[in-house]
Write a protein that binds this ligand. Structure first.
Ligand code: PMP
Length: 401
């Protein structure tokens, strides 16, 4: 058993009352929700914040002269400041925070409303084609749009090593004076690896714009924009314990023109934005560093267990776990296949036993896995007992199939 997979008592004592703060989890003790990479459950504090807002001061923002409207406007401004603080923004006066419906919309807005206006004939961009399709298609669309105007931009494919980490040596060889933009991911949504984004800045040099898809990072591990030295951070609020239909683009506005989404965006998702502030407050109160230790430990425990069962193949970041290394640490996402039972069937078997997992291709872009797999993804409300019960079932299937 790796050191990572053993949970100290101090963490167990910290986690137990936090789990009780999630009404949907508390109401379903027989079920194990193991699909937090798809969307996270919401703590009572987030539900209360939405309820309070809607029952005491619901109004449109930036439009009124009366107290509820002014308060809503202030809540949205506060949400921007809250996010800047959460991300450790070193220059909050310069950066922009734009609320969007999620990562997909945020990345598309950057591609359409910023990148397409910045790129020139002969420029190059680097895109991670084994990551989520939401982080490849918008860049391809921008390049197609420019091609229609006679501007040729080359898309280079982010190189990976066999463990699915970014291969920084090959990346370094790819950077030229025409490299303008690199799209990256904080934590891989299939393999669970921390993609070590701070190394990319060292490789890319000071002038290249780096855009971070933090859909699986926010709320799971500390994220400092100063440390990672990135220009854009995009994430989905619903994966960070806020309501669906929320998300944000943080833009540092340090390289190139300011990012401003084009067009009139209409009424903001006020209740959703309120939920986002409450979620960030909750995450910070719980302690993102401890959430990271908890979910890494659960992921390592599952990986260790699966490795002892010959019928299973675990995908991605093998090397790092074996050495307990932080080089490419697996976060709370473990994806695997049974060598004889199809992944979709395995998903149904697990669901029938009360385990909610995802079984498909996980929206990976064109260099992704060729066949379906089962993904288990955990958050702070999951327990060692759930992982051990899952492993018992997987062990039975190992022997039977
Ligand atoms: N990027 C990554 C890494 C993701 O995991 C996801 C969601 N699975 C997305 C982007 C898209 O997020 P959303 O559907 O909330 O827009």
């Amino acid at each position: 058993m790796t050191v990572l997979s053993v949970l100290p008592d101090e963490l167990r004592v910290w986690q137990a009352p936090l789990r009780d703060e999630f009404p949907i989890i508390a109401a379903n003790p027989g079920l194990a929700y193991l699909d937090s990479a798809a969307t996270a459950q919401k703590p009572q504090a987030v539900l209360d914040a939405v309820q309070t807002y809607l029952t005491t001061g619901n109004a449109n923002a930036g439009r009124g002269t009366y107290p509820w409207a002014n308060r809503t406007t202030a809540l949205i401004e506060h949400a921007r400041d809250r996010l800047r603080a959460f991300l450790g923004d070193p220059e909050p006066d310069r950066s922009g925070v734009h609320f969007v419906s999620g990562t997909t919309e945020g990345l598309r807005a950057i591609a359409r409303d910023w990148l397409a206006g910045v790129l020139r004939d002969g420029d190059e961009i680097i895109v991670p084609f084994a990551d989520h399709a939401a982080n490849t298609e918008p860049w391809q669309e921008a390049v197609r749009l420019l091609a229609g105007r006679g501007v040729r931009v080359h898309i280079r494919s982010m190189p990976y090593d066999p463990a699915h980490d970014y291969d920084n040596a090959r990346l370094a060889a790819m950077i030229t004076e025409r490299t303008r933009f690199i799209a990256t991911t904080h934590v891989h949504h299939v393999y669970g690896g921390d993609m070590n984004v701070s190394r990319i800045r060292a490789v890319a040099g000071p002038d290249v714009v780096i855009c971070l898809d933090a859909a699986q990072g926010v709320g799971h591990l500390p994220l400092s924009v100063a440390e990672l030295d990135v220009d854009f951070v995009v994430f989905s609020g619903h994966k960070a314990m806020a309501l669906p239909g929320t998300g944000a683009v943080w833009a540092r506005n340090r390289r190139g023109p300011r990012f401003e989404p084009a067009g009139w965006s209409g009424t903001p998702n006020t209740a959703g934005i309120v939920s986002l502030t409450a979620a960030l407050d909750w995450l910070e109160r719980a302690g993102v560093d401890r959430i990271e230790r908890w979910t890494v430990a659960l992921g390592a425990r599952l990986t260790d267990g699966l490795r002892r069962l010959p019928a299973y193949e675990v995908l991605g970041c093998q090397r790092s776990l074996a050495a307990d290394s932080v080089v490419q640490q697996r976060h709370g996402i473990v994806t695997f296949r049974h060598r004889r039972i199809g992944s979709n069937d395995l998903g149904f078997i697990l669901a029938a036993e009360g385990f909610m997992v995802r079984a498909d291709g996980h929206c990976q872009a064109e260099q992704g896995e060729e066949t379906a797999s089962v993904r288990v993804s955990v958050h702070v409300y999951n327990t060692v007992e759930e992982i051990d019960r899952l492993l018992e079932l997987l062990e039975r299937l190992d022997a039977e199939a």
